[in-house]
Structure formats: structure tokens, C-alpha cells
Design a protein around this ligand. Structure first.
Ligand SMILES: Nc1ncnc2c1ncn2[C@@H]1O[C@H](COP(=O)(O)OP(=O)(O)OP(=O)(O)O)[C@@H](O)[C@H]1O
Ligand SMILES: [Mg+2]
Length: 512
């Protein structure tokens, strides 16, 4: 076979070395196939070295130009790790390894198909050297098994998020998304070729947009029952919480307004007159309540979270733009919204299983995830979702440039991981140490280009797939051509014939 890359020179356990033929090129992470006695083994390139048959002394003398040595061979040997074996159409983890002198081939489109990498939520294409092969994606049932996207600034995380969510919209009402946009770039695609979710063909019917700049996005104080304070303030203490419950019982839905009024009028003693409590507890709770921005938290019974929940249950993806408000307010909105929606799923599962069965599978996209999943800070609703919401079909996509700041327990629950270029050693170490199948990929993660990634999606994809993520503007452009390329329907053809007949009749009778 002329297209082979070389032949195996050494095999130890799951590590295979082979000599690469002269003038051929490979890249770190590239998948190669080894044809071995009825089995095909697939392996990822993890290392390469170039050597000659001269010893070190001879090499040095030759490099200095002091002596020229007779004919000698130089060679390049490549190290690859086995990850899959295919025998008689069955694919599984390798149960043995190849033999000395087995032939090594690059992957082709047929092999790519056999690896079954395509999924309903398409991300991009398989990279093999400089080429791209078949489609790579994640299945819908991978959503509740949680996801993460990691990569340094500018590595292409937001673009990858857009690709996933575009397919979530396409798969409505089986799926729905809840996206928190911290930078206000997803609607119009700022820095992404000015193509955002508003350019998606189903935007008007399958996407709802909420922005802090609009009246529509408000959380009425009268909708804030005491239990919601736990999501709003993760540092709330038990005495403060009990005080809030008592105030709620005393004043009903207007408890925050009435308590704040009393506090402003006569301080903690004013509140203590109604509900006796320790002065320190009253001050601490009221410190929180009086600081709720009245622009976002007006004294009303309307909450946009109810509308978001309704949209999502109908398969409408919600884009929540939280740019332009303080970090603290962003945190409030994100935690309240995510807990409101995910609790709806939990309650439905517990009390109305039939209704729950009809709910779309939900993916919550959370940028700046390290801010919400940091083990050194207070717990948020997101660690609860990551650890316990799988059975309710609620998943999160934790997007962050700083994976090492994500709680390792939560990180271990992210079964789908898209790893993009990461320069910071601490983050690379964290990724390779805590992700199976990435243990040899440190160099590769450092070398990735913009839009290139490694994908693992257990249990279906149990190795690191090199992916070229599709650029969202390009995906939209292709989609449009695909949409316009439809065959002409019978009905239109018939209409056309009838129109022509009418035109002829008119021409015959002199009407124009
Ligand atoms: N797959 C891709 N193909 C081509 N260009 C891409 C791809 N992904 C991203 N880009 C481009 O790279 C730039 C950075 O992408 P993006 O905004 O997605 O990165 P990011 O990781 O979200 O950055 P940040 O951390 O700053 O938010 C953009 O201009 C985008 O258009
Ligand atoms: Mg981004």
C-alpha cells in the first residue's frame, strides 16, 4: 500500500512506536490506524523523535565539520497511544496490541465513520493532520451528564457554545437552552463575524431574549420568598434565614418592602418590635435586603424567571444578557434564574412525572463558571445541579478559561469536555491530571490553534478526539444554502403551470 505512514518498531503495553517514512508529516494528537493480523488498532500520536544511527561522539564531530562519516541512516520515530481496537466490525477498548513491523496508516473517512463520532449537537469535524474528516458532535442524552468547555482567552469557547446552542435550537422541543451572556455578545455575535443567535433561522420562534437593559427582565420583590435567599446569598446564615421566614409569615409577600421601611425608619429595633431577633442578625439580613437594586428588584409580583421557565418548558431557548450590571447583580440573577428553572424540573419529576417526561432536556450554559464553582467560595446552585440534577434532565455547560479553579468534585461530573488551547501550566496540569484519556496530551493542549479542540464525551466517546470546531458564521452560511437547495415541491410546480395557463389565456384575450 502506498499511503502507509511507516511500520511498527516497538510495542510496550498500550504504547506503540513506529518509523515514519521520509518526507511524511504528522501532528501531535493525530489518530493513526495500525493494521495487525485481522484487527485494526487506533492510536493517538503523543511524541516524536528524530535520530540517526551515529553515536553521540560521531554526531558531534560531524556537526563541527571535523569529520564526515560514511553512509548512515537518519530516521524519525513516532510514539502513539492505543485507544481502540476494531475487529470484525466490533469496536472496543484494545484487549491486546499490534506486532513488530505492522503497517501504520493515516485515518480516512471510512475509519472516521466507524468511530461513530457524530452526534445530534454537532460541534465540528475530526482533524487528521491538516485534513478534516467526518462530523463530530455530542448526543442529546449527554446533556444531563454535564459538560465543560475550557480554553484561554480567544481560544474559541464562545464560538463552540454558539454551535452547541444552535443545535439545541434546531432540536427543539426535545431540547432547550438557558444561556447566560456575561459579555452581551451572543445575540449579535460581537467578535464572531457579527453573526449571533439573532441570525439563527429559528430565532423568532425558538429563542427568547432577555436583557438587563429592558423592563422585561425584572425580579419583583414580592416573588422573593425566604427560601430563594439561599440562592441569592450563599453566605446567608441559619439565624438570618429563620428571621426572614418569620418576617415572611408576619408580612406576607410584601415582607421585604415592609421590613426595609421599618429598618430605615428606626433601625434594628424597629424590626425587632415586629419579630424579636438578635440585633446583629437583623443588621446582617437587612444589609443584604436593602442593597437589592430597585431597578432589577422593583416592588412588584412580576418575575421574568416565571416567563423563562414557561419558555423553556415549551422548548424555547432563553438568552439572558447580563452585561452592564455589577458582578454582584450578575451573580444574583444567574443563581436565581438557574435555581428557579432547575427547581421546576425537580418539582415536576417529583410530583407530576408525566409532565416531566414531556419537558425538553435542558442545557444551562454558564460562562465564567469558575466564579460559581470555586471550592474556596460559597456553594452555589450550580454545584448542586452538577452533582445531583442528572436524573431531572438538567445539564450545565461550564465554560471557563480557568479549569483549575473549578471544584474537582464538580469537574469529575463533567462527562463531556471540550478542551481548547490552554497556555497556563496550572490549568493544563489540572486538565491532564483530572481527565481520563488526556494524560499524554499536555503538549498538544498547548499547541492547539484557535477553534481546534479535544473532545471527550463519555460514555460514547472514550478517547480524546481532535476536533476542528465549526465557525458559527460559516455554519449559518452553509445552512442557508442547504435550506435554499430544497427540491421544488409539486404544489409550486402545479401553481406555476396554472399561472402560465392563465397568462396565456390573458394574452390570447388581449388583457395584460
Ligand atoms: N472554529 C473557529 N474557526 C474560526 N475562527 C474561530 C473559531 N472559533 C473562534 N474563532 C474566532 O476566534 C476569535 C475568538 O473566539 P471566541 O470569542 O469564541 O473565543 P473565547 O475563547 O470565547 O474568548 P474569550 O475568553 O475572550 O471570551 C473570534 O474572532 C472568533 O471569530
Ligand atoms: Mg468568550
Amino acid at each position: 500500500m502506498s499511503d502507509n505512514l511507516g511500520s511498527v518498531c516497538d510495542v510496550q503495553g498500550d504504547k506503540v512506536s513506529f518509523f515514519l517514512k521520509k518526507d511524511l508529516h504528522l501532528s501531535f494528537g493525530q489518530i493513526v490506524k495500525i493494521d495487525s493480523n485481522g484487527s485494526d488498532f487506533y492510536a493517538r500520536v503523543v511524541n516524536a523523535q528524530s535520530k540517526s544511527t551515529l553515536d553521540t561522539g560521531e554526531q558531534l564531530r560531524e556537526a563541527d565539520g571535523k569529520e564526515a562519516f560514511g553512509p548512515y541512516s537518519s530516521y524519525k520515530s513516532v510514539e502513539a497511544m492505543l485507544f481502540l481496537e476494531s475487529k470484525a466490525g466490533r469496536v472496543r477498548s484494545p484487549i491486546f496490541n499490534p506486532n513488530y513491523m505492522d503497517t501504520v496508516y493515516p485515518m480516512n473517512a471510512e475509519d472516521a465513520k466507524m468511530l461513530r463520532l457524530a452526534g445530534e449537537l454537532e460541534i465540528g469535524n475530526l482533524r487528521s493532520g491538516g485534513e478534516t474528516l467526518g462530523s463530530v458532535g455530542v448526543d442529546i442524552n449527554a446533556i444531563p451528564r454535564m459538560m465543560g468547555m475550557f480554553g484561554m482567552t480567544g481560544s474559541g469557547k464562545t464560538n463552540a457554545e454558539l454551535m452547541i446552542n444552535a443545535h439545541i435550537i434546531d432540536n427543539s422541543p426535545r431540547t432547550a437552552g438557558l444561556i447566560f451572556d456575561f459579555a452581551g455578545q451572543l445575540l449579535e455575535g460581537k467578535e464572531l463575524g457579527n453573526k449571533g443567535l439573532c441570525n439563527h433561522p429559528l430565532f423568532h420562534s425558538k429563542v427568547s431574549f432577555y436583557s438587563t437593559k429592558e423592563e422585561k427582565m425584572r425580579v419583583g420583590l414580592r416573588t422573593l420568598q425566604p427560601w430563594k435567599l439561599r440562592n441569592l446569598y450563599s453566605d446567608i446564615t441559619d439565624p438570618q434565614y429563620r428571621l426572614a421566614q418569620k418576617l415572611h409569615r408576619r408580612f406576607g409577600d410584601e415582607w421585604i418592602e415592609k421590613t426595609c421601611e421599618k429598618y430605615e425608619l428606626s433601625g434594628p429595633s424597629g424590626v425587632a418590635e415586629t419579630v424579636p431577633a438578635h440585633k446583629g442578625t437583623i443588621n446582617a439580613l437587612l444589609q443584604k435586603l436593602t442593597h437589592l437594586d430597585p431597578r432589577l428588584f422593583p416592588p412588584s409580583k412580576y418575575s421574568f424567571i416565571d416567563q423563562v421557565t414557561k419558555d423553556i418548558t415549551q422548548g424555547v431557548t432563553c438568552l439572558v444578557d447580563i452585561s452592564g450590571v455589577t458582578v454582584e447583580e450578575q451573580r444574583h440573577i444567574v443563581c436565581l434564574t438557574a435555581s428557579g428553572v432547575s427547581n421546576y424540573y425537580k418539582r415536576s419529576w417529583e410530583s407530576d412525572y408525566e409532565r416531566w417526561l414531556k419537558l425538553p432536556t435542558l442545557l444551562i450554559t454558564l460562562e465564567e463558571a469558575h466564579e460559581f464553582l470555586d471550592p474556596t467560595r460559597e456553594r452555589t446552585i450550580f454545584s448542586d445541579i452538577a452533582l445531583t440534577y442528572r436524573k431531572y434532565r438538567v445539564g450545565i455547560n461550564a465554560v471557563t478559561p480557568r479549569p483549575s479553579r473549578v471544584n474537582p468534585d464538580v469537574f469529575a461530573e463533567l462527562w463531556t469536555k471540550l478542551v481548547m488551547k490552554t497556555e497556563l501550566k496550572a490549568d493544563r496540569d489540572f486538565l491532564t491530571r483530572n481527565t481520563p484519556y488526556l494524560e499524554y496530551s499536555d503538549t498538544e493542549i498547548k499547541m492547539l490553534d484557535i477553534g481546534e479542540a479535544l473532545l471527550i464525551s463519555e460514555p460514547k466517546i472514550r478517547f480524546a478526539v481532535p476536533v476542528k470546531v465549526k465557525h458559527y458564521p460559516g455554519y449559518l452560511a452553509n445552512r442557508e444554502t442547504a435550506d435554499y437547495d430544497l427540491p421544488q415541491s409539486d404544489l409550486l410546480e402545479k401553481l406555476d403551470k396554472r399561472l402560465k395557463k392563465l397568462q396565456h389565456a390573458n394574452e390570447d384575450s388581449g388583457i395584460t
